[in-house]
Ligand binder design. Sequence first.
Ligand SMILES: Nc1nc2c([nH]c(=O)n2[C@H]2C[C@H](O)[C@@H](COP(=O)(O)OP(=O)(O)OP(=O)(O)O)O2)c(=O)[nH]1
Length: 140
Amino acid sequence: MSTGYPLLLVVAAALIDSEGRVLVQQRAPDRSMPGLWEFPGGKVEPGETPEHALARELVEELGVTVAPSAFSPLAFASEALGERHLLLLLYAAREWRGEPMALDASAIRWVNVEEMRTLAMPPADVPLVEALAALSLVPA
Ligand SMILES: Nc1nc2c([nH]c(=O)n2[C@H]2C[C@H](O)[C@@H](COP(=O)(O)OP(=O)(O)OP(=O)(O)O)O2)c(=O)[nH]1
């Protein structure tokens, strides 16, 4: 069945630190879904692989460098987003160069799963948080 809506391919990263916490960032007031907490990432541009797009987004948004080969697929979300259909691919990364900074977002935070469950996040992210919890990659 066709919805008639174009597919929006978005990649996002769960950066996991040595204590098992995950980095989340708060969407700026001038963006769609302002104030919500999300995984850093963004849209895949034409001609990019998902992994290269994600590496580019992490430089732009956090100032950190991750080798595209260092991303491990974790989970995905597929759902309506306004007049588009969002396909959101979530990857994990445990190694990066640089100290993450909020270059694009209002704020960044390192959180465990319990804290993540208390944050307001986009609807597509809610099952992704549970996928993270189920994989026991981060402490509950
Ligand atoms: N980066 C990121 N985007 C997410 C997440 N969950 C979710 O629904 N999205 C959506 C928000 C955006 O519509 C889209 C990502 O696009 P983008 O990062 O280029 O953001 P944007 O603000 O420029 O997008 P938009 O205003 O056009 O919606 O995916 C998430 O965890 N991380």
